[in-house]
Design a protein around this ligand. Structure first.
Ligand code: MG
Length: 346
């Protein structure tokens, strides 16, 4: 008699592509633990990420625009959900493992700092040895969640989270094997992340009045389409077609579509990400994080994790605390540290 999980694992073997990862063939968890009776391993990991605290904090972390008052701007949480949707669409068509893909997508940005990439640069400069969000995403799922026990995820999800980022100028496809995720599901993340953020950032920047659709470079618009939905369709179709043509040996894109996508990204860096109007508040964000960083180190017993200080030092403890903050929590703590409270008794 097989239980429900075993039946689902058998269904994976029957229906998924041979190149797809399979839950029952996972390389395992950091610490061995009994399997669930209902859910295969990757599905369980997806659920653990959705239920963790760092996932809920993504709601109040900047994507591009700092604490926008408009309700329709993306946050780090809605970015994550858009990446997950695009990644799952690609996985499903290619008969890859959807829940593994979803788990990696939902976990990929957990380590993002307050104030977006501006915050990441500040912590990188303050932290001896540097900082980047994807290593911190892995630290959150391995160590910080569950009061220091971590989420104990499978190797495949951890590998995908650790290798999702291609940086400002890296390519989303065509990297040497050592620099890409080991599962093909994990490799989807770089293209899905790029497809999601380029399109939603164009939409948000238009909402913010930083650009109009006519300002976009015309070459990429001709290749990809004039609207977000047209561009996403073109891009997803290209990834699927090219990857199938390569017999799922790796995630691929065609040359002209990739070139158009990268040209749009370059345009966005100039027009939005490094635009002085959009980034003026980020200069203040740097002062907020630097101030908070110094104060929590001075008052480490009050604010920082004692075990981390003992085992890894006060810098590591400050990094975990400050990187984990939402935008609004960082601002609130800064006010508490540096802005005198008005006398409140009449
Ligand atoms: Mg992302």
């Amino acid at each position: 008699m097989t239980n429900i999980r075993e039946q689902l694992e058998a269904r994976e073997r029957d229906t998924l592509a041979p190149q797809a990862a399979k839950s029952a063939a996972s390389r395992g968890r950091l610490r061995p633990e009994p399997e669930d009776e209902i859910r295969p391993a990757f599905q369980r990991d997806r659920d653990r990420i959705i239920h963790c605290k760092a996932f809920r904090r993504l709601k109040h972390k900047t994507q591009v625009f700092f604490r926008p008052t408009g309700d329709h701007y993306r946050t780090r949480l809605t970015h994550t959900l858009e990446v997950s949707q695009i990644a799952r669409t690609i996985a499903k068509v290619l008969r890859l493992h959807e829940e593994l893909t979803e788990a990696i997508a939902l976990g990929h940005d957990l380590g993002h700092t307050p104030f977006g990439h501006a915050g990441e640069r500040v912590i990188d400069s303050l932290m001896p040895g540097g900082f980047n969000h994807y290593e911190q995403s892995l630290r959150i799922v391995d160590v910080l969640e569950n009061d220091g026990r971590g989420l104990n995820l499978t190797w495949e999800v951890r590998d995908g989270i650790a290798k999702h980022s291609k940086g400002k100028s890296g390519a989303p496809v065509g990297m040497p094997p050592a620099m890409r995720a080991s599962t093909i599901e994990g490799q989807i993340m770089r293209v899905a992340d790029l497809i999601a953020y380029i399109n939603h950032d164009i939409d948000d920047a238009t909402r913010a009045g930083l650009l109009t659709p006519d300002d976009l470079p015309q070459g990429p618009v001709r290749v990809l389409g004039a609207s977000s939905s047209a561009r996403i369709s073109t891009l997803v179709r290209d990834v699927v077609t090219e990857t199938l043509a390569a017999d799922l040996s790796e995630i691929r894109m065609s040359e002209p579509v990739l070139a158009a996508l990268l040209e749009l990204r370059t345009y966005l860096f100039d027009a939005v990400y490094e635009n002085s109007t959009a980034t003026v508040e980020f200069k203040k964000a740097a002062d907020v994080l630097t101030g908070v960083w110094e104060k929590v180190r001075e008052r480490s017993a009050e604010f920082l994790d004692r075990r981390t200080i003992e085992h890894e030092g006060v810098d590591a403890a400050a990094r975990d605390f400050v990187a984990g903050m939402t935008d609004r929590y960082a601002v609130r703590l800064f006010e508490q540290f540096f802005i005198p409270k008005p006398w409140a008794i009449d």
